[in-house]
Design a protein around this ligand. Structure first.
Ligand code: DWN
Length: 408
């Protein structure tokens, strides 16, 4: 029986996706024969409620010098981080004489550049050397490492304590939760705040967004599990904010226990989690049934369209799409190619399903009949710029919350 990342008690598995490739392991044809696969299974701790992967892929196999995801591929996300940086400066740094900001998993510097440009002391911690280099190229001070207690101590010695520690879509990637939480406790200034945002378990349940489940996402957080984990390290959740990003995220603000007042939003979310029955195993059994149904429906839709001679192209070679293509059995005869704007993904094959990934120009120069929106979390941004595709009769297919062809 696997044991919990947060409390070491037994974890009850509730869904297995079978053997999956590395979600961001885009590969060349000569690498196909040696492509590694790992069991992707999710469980729930009955003691502390943390929903988590039961088997983990070594972190160096996922985050390295050829990491495929660059945060700056979305203009809406760039605006989201600019807004965050500007708000945080006013709300949390105004009183600090010489503020210091640390970001965990700073990727290509999409957020931290705003602090760099303002001349504010900062440090990005990013284990993937290529995206870290992109951050350095835009003037963001970055160290290529994994964040753990030992690094936190080194930073305290070199730079002092942090007034703001931030992480966007990174905490759920860190299975060594206690080392991280302990490091944050040591690094955080007595009046400082830790703010992090991750895909929210409540949204995954409500929207059946099962494609958030892949090797990089070790944990699927709720307020209950976050409070439990960080509470063990003297930190408490003082505020929460639901975000639309990445298909439904939660931003948690934490401080040293007793250092700052707790907002009413925290109690409201606690009540919402009761209503959503996030603490009940039956909720996840029902989710599993919806996931199976979604798989059947998506495969059937694509098979029918193919039989009708329609062309279907994937839009966005997301990490999430690796779960969908492999779990639903989407092969290149159903999805001709996947269009993606990220240069390092182009010309490669998608992990496991081996669907070719091609530049956006291949999509725009010869529109398919249907675009399977793997980047559904960026739907607003993508739909706004694809009016010509729609006008030409093209249609988007989505599978979150349910499988459907979107009406124009
Ligand atoms: O947690 C994670 C999230 C935040 O980012 C990581 N584990 C990895 C990554 O997950 P993802 O790959 O599912 O993220 P996105 O942001 O949904 O990926 C979007 C993909 O679509 C990128 O490869 C860029 C591409 N794209 C595109 O081709 N045209 C994106 C947009 C907005 C576009 O217009």
């Amino acid at each position: 029986m696997p044991t919990c990342l947060a409390c070491s008690k037994p974890v009850i598995p509730w869904i297995s996706f079978g053997k999956m490739p590395i979600a961001n392991g885009f590969l060349t044809p000569d690498q196909v024969a040696d492509e590694p696969r790992y069991e992707l299974e999710v469980g729930r701790c009955q003691a502390c409620t943390l929903v988590q992967l039961t088997q983990l892929v070594e972190r160096e196999k996922m985050f390295h010098a050829h990491y495929a995801f660059f945060s700056s591929t979305s203009t809406r996300m760039a605006a989201h981080f600019e807004q965050f940086a500007s708000g945080a400066k006013t709300k949390y740094l105004a009183d600090a004489a010489d503020p210091f900001v640390v970001e965990l998993g700073s990727n290509d510097g999409i957020m931290l550049r705003h602090f760099a440009q303002a001349g504010i002391r900062h440090l990005g911690i990013e284990p993937s050397a290529n995206v870290a280099q992109a951050a350095r190229d835009r003037g963001v001070r970055t160290t290529v490492e994994f964040f753990e207690t030992e690094l936190a101590r080194r930073i305290v010695t070199s730079d002092g304590r942090a007034d703001l520690i931030y992480g966007a879509n990174v905490m759920c990637h860190l299975p060594y939760l206690h080392s991280v939480a302990d490091g944050i406790r040591e690094l955080l200034h007595p009046r400082g705040v830790l703010i992090f945002e991750d895909p929210y378990l409540g949204d995954i349940v409500e929207k059946t967004s099962y494609d958030q489940i892949y090797d990089e996402h070790a944990s699927y957080f709720s307020l209950a599990s976050v409070s439990y984990i960080f509470g063990q390290h003297g930190l408490e959740v003082i505020d929460v904010e639901a975000l639309a990003t990445h298909g439904g995220s939660m931003r948690y603000t934490l401080a040293h226990r007793g250092a700052r007042p707790v907002t009413a939003a925290v109690q409201e979310l606690r009540a919402r989690e009761e209503q959503l029955r996030l603490h009940e195993h039956a909720t996840f059994e029902q989710l599993r049934e919806r996931i199976y149904r979604s798989r059947t429906e998506l495969h059937a839709l694509l098979t029918r369209l193919r039989a009708e001679g329609k062309r279907v192209v994937g839009y966005g070679a997301t990490s999430k799409s690796t779960t969908v293509t492999n779990f639903c059995g989407l092969t290149p005869d159903l999805v001709e190619f996947i269009s993606d704007t990220t240069p390092v993904k182009q010309g490669k094959l998608s992990p496991g399903a081996h669907i070719p990934v091609r530049p956006y120009a291949d999509f725009a120069s010869r529109y398919p009949d249907y675009a399977l929106l793997f980047a559904w979390n960026h739907a607003e941004e993508i739909l706004a710029k694809e009016s010509a595709f729609i006008a030409a009769g093209g249609r988007f297919i989505v599978y979150v919350p349910t499988v459907r062809v979107m009406e124009p």
